[in-house]
Design a protein around this ligand. Sequence first.
Ligand code: PGA
Length: 252
Amino acid sequence: MNPFVLANWKMNGSKNDIERYCDELTAYFHRLEPHVTCVVFPPFPYIALSNQKLQHQFLFSGAQDCAASAKGAFTGDVAASMIRDCGGKYVIIGHSERRQYHHAENTMLADKLKQATKAGLTPVFCFGESLEEYNQGQQMQTCAKQLEAVFKHPHLQDTPLKRVILAYEPVWAIGSGLTPNPIDVQNLLEGLNDQVLENYTQIEEFSFVYGGSVNEANFQGFISQPLIKGALVGGASLKTETFIPLIEIANQ
Ligand code: PGA
Protein backbone atom coordinates (compact mmCIF):
# COMPACT_ATOMS: atom_id res chain seq x y z
CA MET A 1 0.00 0.00 0.00
CA ASN A 2 1.10 3.60 -0.67
CA PRO A 3 1.70 5.80 2.37
CA PHE A 4 -1.47 7.62 3.43
CA VAL A 5 -1.87 11.29 4.17
CA LEU A 6 -5.36 11.76 5.57
CA ALA A 7 -7.05 15.15 6.04
CA ASN A 8 -9.58 15.11 8.87
CA TRP A 9 -11.40 18.42 8.45
CA LYS A 10 -13.60 17.81 11.52
CA MET A 11 -16.42 20.40 11.64
CA ASN A 12 -14.63 23.04 9.58
CA GLY A 13 -14.85 24.54 6.12
CA SER A 14 -17.45 25.78 3.68
CA LYS A 15 -18.38 25.00 0.08
CA ASN A 16 -15.90 27.62 -1.12
CA ASP A 17 -13.10 26.38 1.12
CA ILE A 18 -13.56 22.78 0.00
CA GLU A 19 -13.72 23.71 -3.67
CA ARG A 20 -10.54 25.76 -3.53
CA TYR A 21 -8.70 23.19 -1.42
CA CYS A 22 -9.63 20.26 -3.67
CA ASP A 23 -8.70 22.19 -6.81
CA GLU A 24 -5.30 23.03 -5.31
CA LEU A 25 -4.70 19.42 -4.26
CA THR A 26 -5.68 18.17 -7.71
CA ALA A 27 -3.31 20.63 -9.42
CA TYR A 28 -0.54 19.65 -7.01
CA PHE A 29 -1.04 15.89 -7.60
CA HIS A 30 -0.82 16.43 -11.36
CA ARG A 31 2.55 18.19 -10.93
CA LEU A 32 3.85 15.52 -8.57
CA GLU A 33 4.79 11.97 -9.40
CA PRO A 34 2.80 10.66 -6.46
CA HIS A 35 3.17 7.40 -4.69
CA VAL A 36 1.06 8.64 -1.80
CA THR A 37 -2.66 8.15 -1.29
CA CYS A 38 -4.40 11.24 0.02
CA VAL A 39 -7.93 11.23 1.42
CA VAL A 40 -9.94 14.32 2.35
CA PHE A 41 -12.59 13.82 5.05
CA PRO A 42 -14.88 16.88 4.95
CA PRO A 43 -18.15 17.19 6.90
CA PHE A 44 -20.93 15.02 5.37
CA PRO A 45 -22.62 17.70 3.22
CA TYR A 46 -19.40 18.29 1.26
CA ILE A 47 -18.43 14.70 0.41
CA ALA A 48 -20.04 14.72 -3.03
CA LEU A 49 -18.40 18.06 -3.79
CA SER A 50 -14.93 16.99 -2.70
CA ASN A 51 -15.34 13.78 -4.65
CA GLN A 52 -16.27 15.73 -7.76
CA LYS A 53 -13.39 18.17 -7.30
CA LEU A 54 -10.59 15.73 -6.42
CA GLN A 55 -9.49 14.57 -9.84
CA HIS A 56 -6.51 12.27 -9.55
CA GLN A 57 -6.20 8.50 -9.16
CA PHE A 58 -4.52 8.88 -5.75
CA LEU A 59 -6.94 11.46 -4.37
CA PHE A 60 -10.08 10.30 -2.55
CA SER A 61 -12.88 11.57 -0.32
CA GLY A 62 -14.16 10.02 2.85
CA ALA A 63 -16.50 10.57 5.77
CA GLN A 64 -15.67 11.25 9.42
CA ASP A 65 -18.10 8.59 10.68
CA CYS A 66 -20.94 6.35 9.49
CA ALA A 67 -24.04 4.79 11.03
CA ALA A 68 -23.97 1.43 12.77
CA SER A 69 -27.07 0.31 10.82
CA ALA A 70 -27.75 -0.06 7.11
CA LYS A 71 -30.85 2.19 6.94
CA GLY A 72 -34.06 3.13 8.70
CA ALA A 73 -35.37 5.27 11.53
CA PHE A 74 -32.08 6.76 12.78
CA THR A 75 -32.59 10.51 12.53
CA GLY A 76 -29.35 12.37 11.93
CA ASP A 77 -27.32 9.28 10.99
CA VAL A 78 -25.66 8.71 7.63
CA ALA A 79 -25.34 5.17 6.26
CA ALA A 80 -22.08 3.86 4.86
CA SER A 81 -23.86 3.07 1.59
CA MET A 82 -24.90 6.75 1.29
CA ILE A 83 -21.29 7.85 1.73
CA ARG A 84 -20.33 5.46 -1.03
CA ASP A 85 -23.22 6.73 -3.14
CA CYS A 86 -21.77 10.26 -2.87
CA GLY A 87 -18.36 9.05 -4.02
CA GLY A 88 -16.72 8.53 -0.62
CA LYS A 89 -14.25 5.63 -0.51
CA TYR A 90 -13.00 5.82 3.10
CA VAL A 91 -14.58 6.35 6.50
CA ILE A 92 -13.07 7.23 9.89
CA ILE A 93 -14.44 5.00 12.66
CA GLY A 94 -13.85 5.38 16.38
CA HIS A 95 -12.22 8.82 16.40
CA SER A 96 -11.74 9.87 20.02
CA GLU A 97 -14.07 12.84 19.52
CA ARG A 98 -16.86 10.44 18.47
CA ARG A 99 -16.03 8.14 21.39
CA GLN A 100 -16.11 11.09 23.80
CA TYR A 101 -19.02 13.21 22.56
CA HIS A 102 -21.21 10.59 20.88
CA HIS A 103 -20.69 7.60 23.13
CA ALA A 104 -19.33 5.43 20.33
CA GLU A 105 -18.65 2.21 22.23
CA ASN A 106 -17.24 -1.11 21.08
CA THR A 107 -20.38 -2.86 19.83
CA MET A 108 -21.35 0.23 17.90
CA LEU A 109 -17.84 0.50 16.45
CA ALA A 110 -17.86 -3.15 15.39
CA ASP A 111 -21.23 -2.57 13.68
CA LYS A 112 -19.91 0.56 11.96
CA LEU A 113 -16.91 -1.38 10.68
CA LYS A 114 -19.25 -4.04 9.36
CA GLN A 115 -21.45 -1.50 7.59
CA ALA A 116 -18.44 0.29 6.13
CA THR A 117 -17.01 -2.94 4.79
CA LYS A 118 -20.33 -4.06 3.34
CA ALA A 119 -20.62 -0.73 1.53
CA GLY A 120 -17.12 -1.09 0.07
CA LEU A 121 -15.55 1.70 2.14
CA THR A 122 -12.05 1.40 3.59
CA PRO A 123 -12.26 2.05 7.33
CA VAL A 124 -9.72 4.20 9.16
CA PHE A 125 -10.07 2.78 12.66
CA CYS A 126 -8.80 5.10 15.42
CA PHE A 127 -7.47 3.99 18.79
CA GLY A 128 -5.17 5.45 21.44
CA GLU A 129 -4.64 6.01 25.12
CA SER A 130 -5.71 8.94 27.33
CA LEU A 131 -3.21 11.19 29.13
CA GLU A 132 -3.81 9.34 32.36
CA GLU A 133 -3.09 5.98 30.71
CA TYR A 134 0.00 7.44 29.06
CA ASN A 135 1.31 8.75 32.40
CA GLN A 136 0.87 5.28 33.86
CA GLY A 137 2.74 3.68 30.95
CA GLN A 138 -0.44 1.85 29.89
CA GLN A 139 -0.20 2.52 26.14
CA MET A 140 0.23 -1.09 25.05
CA GLN A 141 -2.48 -2.53 27.31
CA THR A 142 -4.97 0.20 26.39
CA CYS A 143 -4.41 0.02 22.64
CA ALA A 144 -4.38 -3.79 22.59
CA LYS A 145 -7.66 -3.80 24.53
CA GLN A 146 -9.28 -1.28 22.19
CA LEU A 147 -8.35 -3.35 19.14
CA GLU A 148 -9.42 -6.61 20.73
CA ALA A 149 -12.78 -5.23 21.89
CA VAL A 150 -13.71 -4.44 18.31
CA PHE A 151 -11.86 -6.88 16.07
CA LYS A 152 -12.73 -9.86 18.30
CA HIS A 153 -16.30 -8.65 18.71
CA PRO A 154 -18.84 -11.37 17.85
CA HIS A 155 -20.56 -8.99 15.40
CA LEU A 156 -17.38 -8.89 13.29
CA GLN A 157 -16.36 -12.52 13.40
CA ASP A 158 -17.68 -13.58 10.02
CA THR A 159 -16.91 -10.29 8.27
CA PRO A 160 -13.78 -10.37 6.15
CA LEU A 161 -12.11 -6.95 6.28
CA LYS A 162 -10.32 -6.52 2.99
CA ARG A 163 -8.32 -3.46 3.95
CA VAL A 164 -8.16 -1.46 7.19
CA ILE A 165 -6.09 1.56 8.15
CA LEU A 166 -5.31 1.52 11.86
CA ALA A 167 -4.78 5.06 13.12
CA TYR A 168 -2.88 5.31 16.40
CA GLU A 169 -4.00 8.61 17.91
CA PRO A 170 -3.04 9.21 21.56
CA VAL A 171 -5.94 11.28 22.87
CA TRP A 172 -3.57 13.66 24.67
CA ALA A 173 -1.75 14.44 21.41
CA ILE A 174 -4.86 15.45 19.45
CA GLY A 175 -4.99 19.21 18.93
CA SER A 176 -2.58 19.80 21.82
CA GLY A 177 0.71 20.41 20.03
CA LEU A 178 2.16 17.52 22.04
CA THR A 179 3.43 14.36 20.37
CA PRO A 180 4.90 11.06 21.56
CA ASN A 181 8.43 10.02 20.66
CA PRO A 182 8.26 8.37 17.19
CA ILE A 183 10.54 5.54 18.35
CA ASP A 184 8.13 4.78 21.22
CA VAL A 185 5.31 4.73 18.67
CA GLN A 186 7.25 2.31 16.47
CA ASN A 187 7.83 0.02 19.49
CA LEU A 188 4.16 0.12 20.41
CA LEU A 189 3.09 -0.63 16.84
CA GLU A 190 5.48 -3.59 16.65
CA GLY A 191 3.58 -5.22 19.52
CA LEU A 192 0.21 -4.35 18.00
CA ASN A 193 1.31 -5.53 14.55
CA ASP A 194 2.01 -9.01 15.96
CA GLN A 195 -1.33 -8.96 17.72
CA VAL A 196 -3.21 -8.10 14.51
CA LEU A 197 -1.34 -10.70 12.45
CA GLU A 198 -1.91 -13.45 15.00
CA ASN A 199 -5.41 -12.77 16.23
CA TYR A 200 -7.40 -10.76 13.71
CA THR A 201 -7.11 -13.00 10.71
CA GLN A 202 -10.29 -11.57 9.18
CA ILE A 203 -8.21 -8.45 8.33
CA GLU A 204 -6.67 -9.21 4.96
CA GLU A 205 -4.51 -6.10 4.63
CA PHE A 206 -3.74 -3.31 7.09
CA SER A 207 -1.34 -0.49 7.74
CA PHE A 208 -0.76 1.83 10.67
CA VAL A 209 -0.78 5.59 10.52
CA TYR A 210 -0.04 8.05 13.31
CA GLY A 211 -2.33 10.95 14.27
CA GLY A 212 -2.13 13.78 16.82
CA SER A 213 -0.60 17.23 16.24
CA VAL A 214 1.18 16.18 13.06
CA ASN A 215 2.87 19.08 11.29
CA GLU A 216 5.66 19.81 8.85
CA ALA A 217 8.25 19.96 11.64
CA ASN A 218 7.50 16.58 13.25
CA PHE A 219 6.14 14.39 10.44
CA GLN A 220 9.51 13.22 9.13
CA GLY A 221 10.28 11.66 12.51
CA PHE A 222 7.09 9.58 12.34
CA ILE A 223 7.07 8.56 8.69
CA SER A 224 10.67 7.35 8.87
CA GLN A 225 9.60 4.63 11.33
CA PRO A 226 9.08 1.35 9.45
CA LEU A 227 5.56 0.67 10.72
CA ILE A 228 4.20 4.21 10.41
CA LYS A 229 2.78 4.41 6.91
CA GLY A 230 1.31 7.90 7.05
CA ALA A 231 -0.68 10.32 9.14
CA LEU A 232 -4.20 11.30 10.09
CA VAL A 233 -4.00 15.07 10.24
CA GLY A 234 -6.45 17.53 11.81
CA GLY A 235 -5.34 21.14 12.26
CA ALA A 236 -2.52 21.08 9.70
CA SER A 237 -4.81 19.59 7.03
CA LEU A 238 -7.13 22.59 6.81
CA LYS A 239 -4.95 24.66 4.48
CA THR A 240 -3.00 23.40 1.49
CA GLU A 241 -0.03 25.53 2.65
CA THR A 242 0.35 23.34 5.73
CA PHE A 243 -0.98 20.09 4.24
CA ILE A 244 0.96 19.85 0.97
CA PRO A 245 4.35 19.85 2.78
CA LEU A 246 3.16 16.68 4.58
CA ILE A 247 2.32 15.01 1.28
CA GLU A 248 5.74 16.08 0.02
CA ILE A 249 7.43 14.42 3.01
CA ALA A 250 5.42 11.19 2.62
CA ASN A 251 6.23 11.10 -1.07
CA GLN A 252 10.02 11.14 -0.62
P1 PGA B 1 -4.76 17.21 15.09
O1 PGA B 1 -5.98 16.20 14.93
O2 PGA B 1 -3.82 16.94 13.93
O3 PGA B 1 -5.37 18.57 15.02
O4 PGA B 1 -4.10 16.92 16.39
C1 PGA B 1 -5.78 14.87 14.55
C2 PGA B 1 -7.07 14.11 14.60
O5 PGA B 1 -7.90 14.38 15.47
O6 PGA B 1 -7.29 13.21 13.78
